[in-house]
Structure formats: C-alpha cells, structure tokens
Design a protein around this ligand. Structure first.
Ligand code: TYM
Length: 345
C-alpha cells in the first residue's frame, strides 16, 4: 500500500484554496483501497499563530466537520487530531536534536517574519518570533515521519506522499532532510522519506484581492459560507476594468482560475472562448457563483448537520486517534530504543 498523509492547520475557517490544494485530493485518495491515508487536524500548529482558545477550538470543529461533510471515508482513512497523538511531540524532540539550526534559519515562514521586522526599521530581527514559529518545520517533520516507518512487520513501505499546496514544499523537503539525518546518525533506515505531491494545475488558488488565497492575507472565500454571503464574496473578487464585449485575458484572472479549479476540461475550453468573446465581469461572477454553489450545496448542508452533532464528530476523531496510535506507539518505542532511551530491562 502507498501511504498518503496531510494536515491542515486549525486556524480560521476552511477556504476554497484549502479545498482545492489539500482537502479534495486527500478525499479522493481516501477512497482508493490501495492507499493508506492519514489526515489530521494540525492543532498543535494552530498554537503557533493563534493564542485565542475559543478560535482554536472553533476552527478544529469546523475543519473536522468540513472533511467529514465532503465525504472522507473514515473506514479507509485514518482521521485524527494531532494533539490526540502524543507520540508526535515526543518524536519532535528526537528530531529537534538532529535537525540543523541552519536549516531552520532558511525556512520561508521564519525568513518572512524576520524580513518584516527588518522592513519595519530598527527593530530586533527576531522581535515577536516565537520558538514555535522557528521550529515549526520540525513539528511538521514529526507529523509525517511518525507514520513513515519503512519496515512494518517485515513489509517494506515506499515514500509517504504528502499532497500539499506549493507553499508547503519546502517543509516536506526539510522533513526529508531531517529524516535522512536521523537514519544516517542512528545507522538504520527507520524512515521512508516523504515526497510532496503538488497538483500543478491548481497549485495555488488566488483570493479576493488576486493574491494567494490565505488566512494571513484575509482574502479568503470560506468553503461553506451561507449562499447569500457566498454570492457576495464571489462578487467581491477583484477584476480589471474591461467592459462587457471587450475580449479578456484568462491569464491572471482570479475568476477564471477558480472556475478552472472546479470545472471539467471541456467547460474550461468553452469558458476560454467566452473570455475571447468578451464576457462581462458581472456575468462571469454569476456563472462562477452558480457553478460552485451547485457543487457545494449538498456538502454545505451536511456540514451544518455535523456542526450540530459534536458527539458524533468526537467519536469519529477518537477512533481515528486510536488507529493512529496503534501505529505510532510501537514505532516511537523503537525510535527511543535506537537513540538510547529504551527501558532498562
Ligand atoms: P495550511 O493549514 O496553511 O493549509 C492546508 C493546505 O492547504 C494548502 N493551501 C492552498 N492550496 C492551494 N491554494 C491556496 N490558496 C492554498 N492555501 C493553502 C496548503 O498548501 C496546505 O497543503 N503546515 C501545514 C499543515 C501541516 C501539514 C503537516 C501538511 C502540518 N503538518 C504535515 C502536510 C503534512 C499548513 O500550515 O497548511
């Protein structure tokens, strides 16, 4: 079996970018009997960005309900909260002790935070940067590597595939680097090294302002926004000022890009022609809204139903954590022994 693993940070409400970049491919993979998939709510990661307990808690509930409403097969996939698997932070420490500090210095998220401080003038370059942000790639490496055991009961596994958006590729590479270092230092191939899987066609979805759709830019379109609000948001997507009847470029057009992420190849080809023929922005927004709304209506209803039934969702996640730990506990034991932390007898 191939392993597929991915996580989603539990801050904010899932948006179209998360869906296209992570959730949709993950759910498709979850239905494949040849694949063992691991999907989790990265709630320890949430603490890096958010110190508001209510928001963290709400986001976990929303994201869990989102995955379930979209049809995640939880019999086949292992679906859990990161914080329900204590082996993950334990492995984080083992990895922290082999990870190069220089590697962390090069992480995009950290570098961006430093740059922001430098741009702000005379501030300390590390002002406001927590160790959580700094060592985030190590926690992420542990998320992946804890389920990337190379040999299980005499059977050998290949690379763990990690479907992510382009922004996460560096983190996956760091996970490979750290895993390889651990293997090398402790002299055995404990970990099969992970690989990022990026859907090149829709790697990064843009948001309302045309920049990458991201919680941090505040330009997102939540996936399950009520219909009216959803229409309003689609209408807010930035366009150029060409009038109806003027031929339009599909390149760099957020409306077209989002449409492409949802429509079939034939529909996209047809839309190209309508752009060339000068479709008006108002009309295009209407088309996009109708198209997405049709696809999202049923899962949106299911999402509302699940939000109202936390006991059910809790039970699903606990079962997932049990399955996850059944693999993680013996593997972590083995790793602890390998570094000299086994039991005395
Ligand atoms: P996060 O929570 O920021 O995003 C979740 C996933 O959604 C993708 N994504 C997008 N894809 C396309 N277009 C966009 N506009 C867009 N915005 C976000 C992200 O690339 C990501 O795949 N560190 C991770 C979560 C994580 C993780 C892991 C992922 C923690 N541990 C282990 C994989 C494996 C993150 O912050 O993603």
């Amino acid at each position: 079996k191939t392993r597929v693993l991915t996580g989603i940070t539990t801050t904010g409400t899932p948006h179209l970018g998360n869906y296209v970049g992570a959730i949709r491919p993950a759910i498709t993979a979850s239905r494949d009997p040849q694949v063992q998939s691991y999907y989790f709510l990265a709630d320890f990661h949430a603490l890096i960005k958010c110190h508001e307990p209510d928001r963290v808690a709400e986001s976990r509930r929303e994201i869990a309900a989102t995955w379930l409403a979209l049809g995640l097969d939880t019999d086949n996939a292992i679906f859990y909260r990161q914080s329900d698997v204590p082996e993950i932070p334990e492995l984080t420490w083992l990895l922290t002790c082999v990870a190069a500090k220089g590697l962390m210095n090069r992480a995009h998220a950290y570098k961006a935070a430093v740059q922001e401080n430098l741009d702000a003038g005379d501030r300390d370059p590390d002002a406001g940067i927590t160790m959580g942000l700094y060592s985030y790639p190590i926690l992420m490496a542990a998320d992946i590597l804890i389920f990337s055991q190379k040999q299980v009961a005499g059977r050998e596994f290949g690379t763990t595939q990690v479907p992510v958006g382009r922004d996460q590729i560096q983190h996956i590479e760091m996970a490979r680097d750290i895993g390889q270092r651990f293997n090398h230092i402790f002299g055995e191939e404990f970990f099969a090294l992970p690989e990022a899987v990026v859907d090149e066609q829709v790697a990064v979805l843009n948001g309302l302002d045309g920049r990458k759709m991201s919680k941090s830019y505040n330009n997102t379109i939540p996936l399950f926004e009520p219909e009216k609000k959803f229409r309003k948001l689609i209408n807010k997507i930035k366009t150029n000022s060409l009038e109806p009847g003027e031929p339009k470029d599909t390149e760099g057009c957020t409306l077209f890009q989002i449409y492409t992420a949802f429509a079939s190849a034939a529909e996209v080809a047809e839309m190209r022609e309508r752009y060339a023929a000068g479709i008006g922005w108002g009309e295009m927004k209407g088309v996009l809204f109708d198209y997405l709304n049709e696809q999202l209506r049923a899962p949106r209803e299911e999402y509302q139903r699940l939000l109202a039934d936390p006991a059910y969702v809790e039970a699903v996640l606990r079962k997932g954590a049990e399955k996850a730990r059944a693999e993680a506990t013996p593997f972590l034991d083995r790793l602890k022994r390998a570094v000299g932390l086994g039991h005395f007898i």
